[in-house]
Design a protein around this ligand. Structure first.
Ligand SMILES: Cc1cc2nc3c(=O)[nH]c(=O)nc-3n(C[C@H](O)[C@H](O)[C@H](O)COP(=O)(O)O)c2cc1C
Ligand SMILES: C=C(O[C@@H]1CC(C(=O)O)=C[C@@H](OP(=O)(O)O)[C@H]1O)C(=O)O
Length: 384
């Protein structure tokens, strides 16, 4: 399964085309739109989210609410485009009084992108580098989630650290964790930490600054055997890390104990194997559900680090690329903290990667064939 996406942040809209999605899956537009709504939420977002109400228009690959097995095209309109028609017109002459951007923002794609693609106006870079595009992978992930649901696989993301504030009081139950994260303005399941996190975002906003943090994604219900150790590019840990790192502003991915494993003796890292009631069990999950790049039947647990937003309302020094003079970086309307939104993006990205691995394992032409193959595979696994 693969997808391509397109669209500028303030252009007419975004498009995603998905190829290789199985046929006959009942899918709901409301579910996709709900994922898009969740992505727009979160304390610390900028004014843009008050303009947009993201929903999909599906123009191919679905008929009477079921996937056809053919390319699925989904479009999301940029409502803000109507305010940008002078600056973002697709055709026509460039206005003489167009305000161009020459002062790259440290941390954004501005400098490297302008040099790489020979652009004078940095807007030509930032429009596509923008995380506005994450709406497309969320729409794709929303389809993936509906597929995973058929196989009892669920994916949940929640914020575990924001700047220097760490969530500590987390429930054991995944349902409770999800309910609390969904009810939280920062998608954090620890109410005490949430209040402190909100204070950090306020502090950043007051100081013209920004904050990032860490979110965790948990996948429950994966069968043993998704991914493979046989070739490096088939390893599911690498595929998850690659997909998550490709989200804007993501700078680190840990699986299971992650970096902490490097600090411990092996006996305190690896998960002893037991067998009871017809299945293999682990009392611990330091591996985060992945050994050799293959799911081992435990929860897949991934932690993802997001850097603070690059655009600072109190900007850092930069260089005017026209004059080469030292000047402060440009200011674009911006979020102060987009960690809660990024966690929703991460949840949908992980759903996409897991669904892709499931299709690979079970054969992805139709839902029925996948279900038959799943039943047979489960029977085999139960005999081992
Ligand atoms: C949901 C989300 C919202 C974001 N909002 C902004 C923003 O408002 N302003 C900004 O400068 N960067 C924002 N970013 C981050 C930039 O898009 C990102 O830093 C930039 O494209 C450079 O890519 P890199 O950080 O991956 O190197 C956001 C990222 C995410 C995931
Ligand atoms: C538009 C979205 O995020 C944008 C991501 C973004 C960036 O530089 O990445 C910059 C901001 O764009 P604008 O200047 O239009 O407010 C964010 O709002 C979105 O997530 O829907």
């Amino acid at each position: 399964m693969r997808y391509l996406s397109a669209g500028e942040s303030h252009g007419p809209g975004l498009t995603v085309v998905i190829d290789g999605f199985p046929s006959n899956l009942p899918v709901s537009k409301e579910y996709i739109d709900e994922q898009l709504r969740r992505r727009q939420m979160g304390y610390g977002r900028g004014f843009r989210q008050r303009i947009e109400t993201d929903t999909v228009e599906v123009t191919s690959g679905i008929r009477f609410g079921r996937t056809l097995g053919t390319p699925i095209t989904m479009n999301v309109v940029n409502r803000d485009f109507k305010n940008w028609t002078d600056r973002m017109a697709v055709f026509g002459e460039k206005p003489e009084d167009l305000k161009e951007i020459y002062r790259p923002r440290p941390g954004h794609a501005d400098l490297a992108g302008a040099i790489k693609y020979d652009h004078e106006d940095i807007r030509n870079v930032l429009e596509r580098a923008s995380a506005r595009n994450t709406a497309t992978i969320v729409a794709a992930g929303a389809l993936a989630k509906q597929l995973l649901e058929q196989f009892g696989i669920e994916v949940t993301a929640h914020v575990v650290e924001l700047c220097d504030v760490v969530a500590k009081d987390l429930p054991d139950s995944l349902d409770e964790l999800r309910a609390r994260a969904d009810a939280s303005e920062v998608r954090c399941a620890d109410a005490g930490a949430e209040a402190e996190m909100i204070r950090r975002i306020d502090e950043a906003k007051e100081n013209g600054d920004t904050v990032g943090g860490i979110f965790e994604v948990i996948v429950r219900g994966c069968p043993i055997g998704l991914g493979s150790y046989a070739m490096p590019d088939r390893k599911l840990d690498g595929r998850l890390a690659g997909a998550l790192m490709s989200i804007q502003a993501i700078k680190g991915v840990e699986i299971g104990l992650g970096f902490e494993a490097a600090r411990r003796f092996g006996s305190k890292v690896h998960d002893p194997i037991a067998y009871a009631n017809g299945s293999y069990l682990r009392a611990t999950n330091g591996a985060g559900g992945l050994e050799g790049g293959v799911t081992n039947g435990e929860d897949v647990v991934v932690r993802v680090a997001m850097k603070p937003i690059s655009t600072l309302y109190k900007p850092l020094p930069s260089v005017n690329m026209k004059t080469k003079e030292t000047e402060l970086a440009a200011i674009e309307r911006s979020d102060y903290c987009a960690l809660p939104a990024a966690s929703v993006v991460g949840e949908n990205v992980v759903a996409w990667v897991i669904a892709d691995a499931l299709i690979e394992k079970l054969g992805g032409d139709s839902l029925e064939q996948m279900q038959d193959n799943y039943e047979k595979y489960r029977e085999r696994v139960a005999k081992r």
